[in-house]
Design a protein around this ligand. Structure first.
Ligand code: GLA
Length: 354
């Protein structure tokens, strides 16, 4: 498939909530191209060369803004916040106050609520054709969270075939924060069947078991001897159908792994033998959440092909789910006067078979 192209910018030009929306494209010196939209500060396309010298789009998504608005929400490519992943029963206590959020997922709060950051129109600034900064000010009390949150998400495309995503935020009141990017990858090309044949490697000795409502039990468990041991590369699909309670609770992988790596070392990677493309993930976040696309909804993607179950996987670098209710997890509290800072790097390599 050498026919992958960036979507048409005009398909992303409209007005929502009285704000103009756009498609912004960046290209590096080696020919890699990415597209972003201010609707949810989303990563729309990532064109990288495969082992046949063709540019293929390795990120799932839609070819128009209406696609993103109308499809069942999968958080495709989105900036997810203010609090990505789950908060049990949508409740937490902070500085003596009780907070209640919308229960938008099986009785829990998921991904910042009904109108989370993934549905906001972000302001934008493009610098030197290599970086896009998106800005959003979330009002105090939005989706039930305390404090006005001034947030910046920057995407930089380097000549080293890396996408560096930097998150920054400031609050006016003590609050909780957990931001991530929710891109789904398929290194054989989006719309190209499932991703179960990808070799996944996660340099983590521990993961967070969940209960039947997909909330961490609080235990930090060794991966050794379990289906969560990806310390040597393993096919995503190898154990996914195992009769293992943890996989049954989530209909596949939807689990957080502990990240003890410094940002200079990849916490995770994925590789497709078919395309020769490898993705490495580097992050300052204490966790990496592997989601195997268990709840994909058969909607049609950019290439017109349907996104089937497991059609893409996500490496969501983030703090641990339900941290506001689990004080032994790394803190997600942001105080006025402090700056929240975090970074995710997606690096694409072309590996030559020996
Ligand atoms: C996250 C969650 C999943 C699912 C997807 C979006 O990865 O952990 O359970 O909700 O987002 O569909």
């Amino acid at each position: 498939m050498s026919t992958y192209k960036l979507p048409l910018a005009t398909n992303f030009t409209t007005k929502i909530d009285n704000k103009n929306t756009h498609l912004i494209t960046l290209k590096n010196r080696t020919g890699m191209q990415i597209a972003l939209t201010d609707y949810g500060a989303r990563l729309v396309s990532v064109l990288v060369p495969n082992n046949r010298g063709e540019l293929i789009d390795v990120v799932l998504g839609y070819d128009s803004i209406n696609g993103y608005i109308e499809a069942q929400e999968q958080y495709q490519g989105a900036t997810v916040g203010r609090f990505c992943n789950r908060i049990a029963a949508g409740k937490f206590t902070l500085a003596g106050e009780n907070y209640e959020l919308a229960q938008n997922n099986n009785g829990n709060s998921l991904h910042g609520g009904i109108e989370g950051f993934h549905r906001k129109i972000w302001d934008r600034q493009v610098s030197f054709n290599k970086q896009v900064d998106f800005y959003y000010v979330s009002p105090d009390g939005e989706e039930g969270f305390p404090g006005e949150l001034n947030t910046t998400v920057s995407y930089e495309l380097t000549n080293n075939n890396e996408i560096i995503i930097r998150f920054r935020a400031r609050t006016t009141k003590t609050t909780v924060i957990n931001l991530t990017n929710h891109a789904y990858f398929n290194l054989e090309g989006e719309g190209h069947g499932d991703s179960l044949g990808h070799e996944i490697c996660i340099h983590s000795d521990e993961y967070l078991p969940i209960n039947e409502k997909q909330i961490p039990t609080g235990e930090i468990a060794p991966v050794a001897g379990t289906v969560f041991d990806f310390r040597t590369p393993k096919m995503l699909g190898l154990d996914i159908g195992a009769a293992e309670e943890q996989l049954i609770f989530a209909s596949g992988y939807d689990h957080t792994f502990v990240n003890n790596q410094p940002i200079s070392q990849a916490i995770a990677s994925a590789y497709s033998k078919t395309s020769g493309i490898e993705l490495e993930v580097y992050t300052s976040e204490p966790g990496i959440h592997l989601y195997s696309g268990n709840f994909m909804a058969d909607d049609k993607g950019k290439s017109g092909n349907k996104y089937l179950r497991y059609g893409g996987f996500c490496f969501e670098a983030q703090h641990y789910p339900d941290s506001p209710n689990q004080p032994h997890f790394p803190s997600v509290i942001l105080q006025p006067g402090e700056e929240f800072n975090s970074e995710i790097r997606f690096k694409f390599n072309l590996k030559k078979e020996a």
